[in-house]
Write a protein that binds this ligand. Structure first.
Ligand code: C2E
Ligand code: MG
Ligand code: MG
Length: 574
């Protein structure tokens, strides 16, 4: 008995029973389901792989045409035999045109078995043909040895990725990977070992990739990797490093222990080419350079990129460790009240004591910290340290001193900001009214609704908010009304040429007038000369900050200043 999974579309069990009996007589052992409606049939098709459908021509709520349409629509190539009591020639032709494979009259079911046999055979032939076609297609685009995409498919993928990158302004990278001294291996151990090695290499290379990346074999020992949608060039370098790393462990083939290394050339879109051939050619050129450099390394096509990517990676690595190694410190730059000239507060500015580079300023690492997400723990550390320090000075007899802390965009967007703030205030017991958070216009504008919610929350805690570098960004007046801001800080660039450039003088003055009309305080930063001070004083700027008074100071220097006298700011020689 031959098993057969058959789906029967008929209005009654009796009809089905007749068909099943006939099949059994013909040597089949049918496993069947009977359905009467379209939805029942759709469900049955989804549940099982059927080998055959036998359908009544017409049912109360379903008919053969619908059965055939459903099969077609769901992409099932299952032979379908139609059974009817009154099938006229016209209807039979129509049914065959629709895709029915055969039809029988109910009175003549004896023909069923031979029809089934023929249809099953033909279905099997169709399946074989499809498999062969798919295999030909696969072979045309894949490498036989490793089953990786071949050059043709790689070029297709690269073409698509380029179109995408061009449209969405992404980068992409092509990595040319070539085993070092592969020819020696073939010459000494023979091509069979070489083939197995290539397969092993392909496997390890594949483990370096993310979803969406393409690894292809171009021939011989040449592999190529496509990294589409890169945000940063050093991602390509990271993949190259990983490739060098994964190929390090020994390959074991029977008695052979193989150590191999590889050289990698990298080209980047848009820097090193805008089309498939140029990118491949330049990656190849870079590969050649990697070989020249003594193999077992990677090179970017544009030499300057090597240095830059390397520097950045080194910086990123040491930045990751800087927090736990306690390499960060805060400097405090005094802010001076006008017109009295007394120190009323300070801005906390972070510095990195780099073991090799010495003191590194925020311009060199804040962006990197942002991109790597390190800004969040770093920002928390800055906030906590600044609040702790302010509290110490309050207790030491200066309870009015305010402390300003800079927030970066990512930190501001981070969900935990207000929680952290609440926790720090509680732990340090700092009077929230003495804390001022500095944000920039671009931060505020990134997501105005979100900004609004966060700022209100911050305000509810009693903390003040300053708009830093005012005038350099959008300077949208509407958000000054909308957001609960307390202070505007005039950007240094306007202060610098205040006394020489009438435009800057006009802008600075306008900012002060505007701020005061909105009942905001104004701080001018970057005050370096007595003339600048005189101007700002004359225009009623509330606070000044700059080298004229003090540079950012260490804790010890700041204390020296505080404790030496009446709190009047005295320039310190540093
Ligand atoms: P900022 O908040 O506008 O800080 C003022 C910058 O101007 C500081 O540079 C300060 O040293 C410098 N400065 C002060 N007075 C003068 C002056 O009279 N002349 C000149 N030419 N410059 C003066 P710094 O410390 O290098 O900081 C640069 C920027 O880095 C800051 O600009 C701030 O945006 C950011 N930053 C500093 N610390 C942090 C921090 O803890 N977190 C975050 N997210 N950003 C920070
Ligand atoms: Mg600031
Ligand atoms: Mg500023």
């Amino acid at each position: 008995m031959k098993p057969l999974r058959v789906l029967i579309v008929s209005p009654t069990e009796e009809d089905a029973a007749g068909l099943l009996l006939e099949l059994r007589r013909g040597g089949y052992e049918p496993a069947y389901e009977r359905v009467e409606t379209r939805s029942e049939m759709a469900a049955a098709l989804a549940r099982q792989a059927w080998e055959l459908v036998i359908s009544d021509y017409s049912l109360p709520r379903f008919n053969a045409t619908m059965v055939l349409t459903l099969l077609k629509k769901t992409g099932h190539d299952i032979p379908c035999i139609i059974v009817s009591s009154t099938l006229g020639e016209e209807l039979a032709v129509a049914a065959l045109k629709m895709g029915a494979h055969d039809y029988l009259l109910k009175g003549n079911v004896a023909r069923l078995v031979s029809a089934v046999e023929r249809e099953l055979q033909e279905a099997e032939l169709r399946r074989e043909r499809r498999r062969a076609e798919a295999s030909v297609k696969h072979q045309a685009s894949h490498d036989v040895l490793t089953d990786l995409p071949n050059r043709t498919l790689f070029k297709d993928r690269l073409t698509l990725a380029l179109a995408h990158a061009n449209r969405y302004r992404n980068m992409l990278a092509v990595l040319f990977v070539d085993l070092d001294r592969f020819k020696n291996i073939i010459d000494t151990l023979g091509p069979a070992v070489g083939d197995r090695l290539l397969q092993g290499v392909a496997e390890r290379l594949a483990s370096c990739l993310d979803e969406g990346d393409t690894l292809a074999r171009l021939g011989g020992d040449e592999f190529v990797i496509l990294l589409p949608r890169l945000q940063r060039a050093d991602k390509a370098v990271k993949v190259a490093q990983r490739v060098l790393e994964v190929l390090k462990p020994v390959f074991l083939f029977n008695e052979h222990e193989l150590h191999i290394t590889t050289s990698i050339g990298i080209s980047l879109y848009p820097y090193d080419g805008a089309d498939v051939d140029t990118l491949l050619k330049n990656a190849d050129t870079a590969l050649y350079r990697a070989k020249e450099q003594g193999r077992n390394n990677y090179q970017l096509y544009t030499p300057a990129m090597n240095a830059r990517a390397f520097e950045r990676l080194a910086m990123e690595n040491s930045l990751r460790k800087a927090l736990e190694r306690q390499q960060f410190m805060l400097h405090y730059q005094p802010q001076v009240d006008m017109p009295g000239g007394k120190i009323s507060g300070m801005e906390a500015l972070v510095r990195w004591r780099h073991p090799d580079l010495g003191l590194v300023y925020p311009a060199e690492f804040i962006t990197l910290a942002e991109e790597t997400g390190l800004i969040v723990p770093l920002g928390d550390w800055v906030l906590r340290t600044a609040c702790t320090q302010a509290r110490i000075w309050h207790k030491a007899g200066y309870p009015q001193l305010t402390v300003a802390v800079n927030l970066s965009a990512r930190q501001f967007q981070h969900q935990g900001l207000t929680d952290t703030l609440a926790r720090v205030l509680k732990e340090t017991e700092l009077d929230p009214r003495t804390l001022e958070l500095e944000i920039t216009e671009s931060i505020a504008m990134q997501n105005a609704d979100f900004t609004h919610v966060v700022l209100n929350h911050v305000k509810e805690m009693g903390v003040r908010i300053a708009m830093d570098d005012f005038g350099t960004g959008y300077s949208s007046l509407s958000y000054l009304r909308k957001f609960p801001i307390d202070t505007l800080k005039i950007d240094q660039s306007f202060v610098r040429d205040l006394t020489s450039d009438p435009n800057d003088a006009a802008i600075a003055n306008a900012i002060i007038v505007l701020a005061h009309s909105l009942k905001l305080k104004v701080v001018a930063e970057g005050v370096e000369t007595a003339e600048q001070e005189a101007f700002l004083k004359a225009h009623h700027c509330d606070k000044l900050q700059g080298y004229l008074y003090n540079r950012p100071l260490t804790v010890e220097q700041f204390e020296q200043l505080l404790f030496q006298g009446d709190g009047t700011s005295i320039p310190l020689a540093i």
